[in-house]
Write a protein that binds this ligand. Structure first.
Ligand code: ZN
Length: 500
């Protein structure tokens, strides 16, 4: 079968329609979080639900199934085989899930979100538990319908990271845990001793918000985010939406927390540069979409951490940063600024506030508990106690209440199981890409001291972005770095930056 085969052309046209509908939903979703007047929530809900109905109709259209079957019968090869296989997987999922189950999940998620927010404020897990139980039951039913009956958790993972499963992630995470727990404890002891001597990172206060906005835009543009094909706006929680020639980033500004806006902007720009670098001619097919959430997160983390927390990066940015905030930075040395950028907080219980050293311990905890919940080894009612025990094992501290423990994350209220592992897989992939990039591009960090990032972005475009979803995260890492995905590079990176 050649790519001019009529059924293949029909398939591509139909995938394109699904993609375009998705971009409409994406822009409306972005608008909801950035611009929507409070009184327009009901109208937006109606718009979104109509779009969801249209998208479902397109995704399950009999003509799509017919074109796909003709392609499969013709024996696709090369790129067409990648497109056809991914289209089959998506079609089967759309067709096998009954509309009432999809609607029930949407309804439950909306109710559960409000229940979760109230339960978290009241620090009362029992008020949220019934919703979590329903979400878990729905996820298990989905897995049965889609044929993941033996290891239902694998479906939850595969939804975010095609091709990955709990067994392989579990082996990787065990390797990471063995090295990370003792490393984090050593760093905790050192930081506690520093604090006991009165050494603390400098407090950054009173940073003009307009100047922060200009710096965030200038830095992300310099890294390589293309503002001809993107925007940066403000929302409650930073995110990145869109692809190709329309990528929307958001951040948030706080005069007394300037590093949050800067690093959120850089993080989201990392996601955005990946979306801008995907091959536009293949938009809507597996050749033109991201490889999965783990690889996506590797792009945001690489720019945020390996690049923008480095000495070399601050050698370039420091004079411009001082010029933007002359008042609040008067008397703050470059060493003090660099220490604030790489601050470590021993025993921090909140994932989203966590530093690089402790962040992955939070993910190991959530992965282990999700795995036990899906396997029926842990009842929802016993989840808080299991959380607190494992938290003590991994982070060395027990939460004082559910608000800083089991109720802290929004994910489970939307039934988003299997999502957490992608954060840590992303960190592992980023660390491995960083090793490979430095080997391939001699003098790379010298570039950063001059504010030049084009060689790194070019290497990522070629090595990661251009490949779309041809490979899963494991295969992509193997090809891009010449090594199997493992914990070694991340542990070595954390040791190098924080262990000394
Ligand atoms: Zn991210």
């Amino acid at each position: 079968m050649t790519t001019s085969f009529p059924a293949y052309q029909e398939l591509l046209a139909r995938l394109r329609r699904i993609h375009v509908l998705g971009t409409v939903t994406g822009v409306l979703g972005w608008d909801e979080q950035v611009n929507l007047p409070p009184g327009a929530a009901a109208r937006r809900g109606e718009q979104m639900s109509l779009l969801a109905e249209l998208a479902h109709a397109e995704a399950t259209a009999p003509a799509l199934g017919a074109a796909l079957a003709d392609c499969e019968a013709a024996g696709p090869v090369g790129e067409a085989a990648v497109v056809v296989a991914a289209a089959r997987r998506d079609l089967d999922r759309s067709v096998k899930l009954p509309a009432d189950l999809v609607a029930e999940k949407a309804r439950l998620s909306s109710e559960a979100y409000h229940a979760w927010a109230a339960a978290r404020a009241a620090r009362d897990f029992s008020a949220f538990a019934p919703y979590l139980e329903k979400h878990l039951a729905l996820a298990l039913r989905e897995a049965e319908l889609l044929g993941y009956g033996d290891r239902p958790y694998d479906l939850a993972i595969d939804r975010h990271d095609p091709g990955l499963d709990a067994a392989r992630i579990g082996a990787l995470f065990a390797e990471l845990r063995a090295g990370l727990v003792p490393l984090a404890r050593r760093i905790d002891e050192r930081v506690r001793a520093e604090r006991a001597r009165g050494e603390r990172p400098v407090a950054l206060r009173g940073f003009d918000v307009d100047a922060q906005r200009r710096v965030a835009r200038a830095v992300t543009a310099r890294l390589g985010f293309d503002y001809e094909r993107g925007r940066l706006d403000v929302s409650l929680h930073p995110f990145c939406e869109g692809s190709g020639d329309d990528v929307r980033l958001t951040t948030r500004f706080d005069a007394d927390n300037p590093l949050d806006s800067l690093y959120s902007s850089i993080h989201e720009a990392g996601h955005g540069m990946y979306e801008q670098g995907l091959p536009a001619q293949h938009a809507g097919t597996a050749l033109g979409v991201a490889a999965g959430m783990a690889v996506h997160e590797s792009q945001s983390r690489l720019w945020e951490n390996q690049v923008a927390r480095s000495r070399a990066f601050w050698t370039w940015l420091e004079p411009e940063y001082r010029a933007a905030f002359p008042g609040p930075l008067a008397g703050v040395s470059v060493d003090a600024l660099h220490a604030a950028v790489n601050e470590v907080e021993p025993g921090g219980l909140i994932r989203v506030d966590s530093d690089e050293v402790h962040y992955n311990l939070h993910i190991l905890l959530r992965f282990e508990l999700e795995k036990r919940l899906f396997a029926g080894e842990l009842a929802v009612a016993d989840l808080p106690a299991a959380w607190d025990d494992l938290c003590e094992e991994l982070l060395g501290r027990r939460p004082a209440h559910a608000g800083e423990g089991v109720l802290q994350d929004v994910h489970w209220s939307g039934g988003a199981f299997g999502y957490f592992p992608s954060y840590t897989l992303g960190n592992m992939i980023a660390a491995q890409l960083w090793v490979a990039a430095r080997a391939a591009l001699p003098g790379l960090e010298e570039d950063f001291t001059r504010g030049e990032f084009g060689r790194l972005l070019g290497w990522l475009r070629e090595t990661v972005h251009a490949h779309g979803r041809r490979e899963d995260a494991f295969a992509l890492t193997r090809r891009a770095t010449g090594a199997e995905l493992g914990a070694g590079a991340l542990l070595a990176y954390l040791q190098e930056r924080y262990g000394a």
